[in-house]
Design a protein around this ligand. Structure first.
Ligand code: ADP
Ligand code: MG
Length: 394
């Protein structure tokens, strides 16, 4: 079953209603930011690699209005409400989700912005913890809202980095820059190639309507503490130190083979993933530019195997979801499939022919349910626009 993506206007209406129900008055401004799915280039954004995400047609939307106080009061569907004093330096606090907001607020305080008090209500169509960057969407939507409240517009790259710093310093997740860049720089019909060494994003057109991106959320998460992510980061840091290099961009497979004994099996395999995944991402962009979609699909398949066997961030359910897509095969319209995001659960991404997308989604949905007893979430998306204030009058 292909789940529809709720239109932004519906989300904005729901956020407005929530604001009014909670605080008794409607919004003066509304901000939105998309989640993202990464087509290829996984777990290498913190290794000076390349990543190729797109912003998706799933969003965090925040409706808000300023008040005459120095307090932010924020609610989000189904979560504990948050109250933050804006007149003091921010510290991490509770509930846990408030830390994404506190981090972004601190980013604005560091820029010497005087924030007015406000009330805000958040709704979202991005499943939490699904590897689709609901956290970055929250940070980027909130940063965009604060821009609106203080009537300033930060350079996009500064806003993305401010959001990333919030996640590092307040949520305690040492993420790379892909998520916030995708959520901020996204554009309709464009993929975002990010050179994670220079921090430069480049738009790669994805205009062919005969192709679609299917996202399948397994609805499992095995890595509740985020320990696996931090451990992989550590492995890559230790591996690079043993290789005696200053950047993964300078490491070849020849270097890795030469250092194989010193590195040991695990760090060698981590290195092999980083080196080959970086090369695959560059090849994928070339394949895109040449409209060689079967090549692109095969690179996605290789990427999955590398994440499963060398980087060890997949899990049974992700492997199953990828196998179910592959089972449908090229004849059924599937070009390639892989896990996406941090792993240990979360989602897969499948590149498929648009005409077959509904049939592929139904089959993946049903087969996954039969095998696991879990109802997955499967939706299709085209590349969406990045974070912005919504002009709701038009
Ligand atoms: P992902 O970014 O892949 O969805 P993360 O674990 O990085 O997963 O981020 C999920 C966390 O982000 C949630 O546990 C919650 O704290 C916060 N979050 C995401 N979306 C929302 C939302 N709409 N409202 C409040 N908090 C949210
Ligand atoms: Mg996240």
């Amino acid at each position: 079953m292909l789940e529809p993506n709720p239109p932004l206007t519906d989300l904005a209406r729901d956020a407005s209603l929530l604001l009014e129900e909670t605080f008794g008055a409607g919004p003066a401004l509304t901000a939105a930011a998309p989640g993202r799915v990464n087509l290829i280039g996984e777990h290498i954004d913190y290794c000076d690699g390349f990543v190729l995400p797109l912003a998706i047609e799933r969003h965090v939307v925040i409706a808000a209005r300023p008040t005459d106080s120095s307090i932010a009061r924020v609610v989000s569907t189904g979560l504990d409400p948050v109250e933050i004093d804006l007149s003091v330096p921010q510290k991490a606090g509770i509930p846990q989700w408030s830390n994404y907001l506190r981090g972004v607020i601190q980013g604005f305080l560091d820029l010497h912005c005087r924030l007015p008090g406000f009330e805000a209500a958040i709704v979202s169509s991005i499943p939490l913890g699904a590897g689709l960057s609901s956290s970055a969407a929250l940070e980027c939507a909130f940063a965009t809202l604060l821009e609106g409240l203080v009537d300033t517009v930060l350079p996009t790259v500064d806003k993305a980095r401010l959001a990333q710093a919030a996640e590092h310093q307040f949520a305690g997740v040492p993420c790379g820059l892909m998520d916030q860049f995708a959520s901020s720089f996204g554009q309709k019909d464009q993929l975002i190639l990010i050179d994670c060494r220079s921090g430069e994003p480049e738009l790669i057109p994805f205009t062919d309507p005969s192709l679609s991106v299917l996202v399948a959320h397994t609805r499992v998460s095995h890595d509740l503490s985020d320990g696996g992510y931090a451990a992989r980061r550590k492995d890559t840091e230790n591996g690079l130190a043993l290789l005696g290099k200053s950047s993964w961009r300078k490491v070849t497979m020849k270097d890795a083979y030469a250092a194989r004994e010193t590195m040991g099996d695990r760090l060698f395999r981590r290195a092999r993933h980083v080196i080959t995944e970086t090369a695959r991402t560059i090849e994928a962009v070339e394949a895109f530019r040449a409209n060689d979609f079967s090549k692109l699909g095969s690179l996605m398949d290789q990427s999955h195997r590398s994440l499963r066997d060398d980087f060890e961030v997949s899990c049974e359910e992700l492997d199953l979801m990828v196998a179910l897509a592959k089972e449908i095969g090229f004849e059924g319209g599937v070009l390639g499939a892989r896990m996406t995001g941090g792993g240990f659960g979360g989602s897969t991404v499948t590149l498929c022919r648009t005409n077959d997308a509904a049939a592929i989604a139904s089959r993946m949905h049903q087969r996954y349910l039969d095998e696991t007893g879990i109802v997955p979430l499967v939706f299709a998306t085209r590349p969406a626009a990045g974070a912005s204030l919504l002009n709701l009058s038009s």
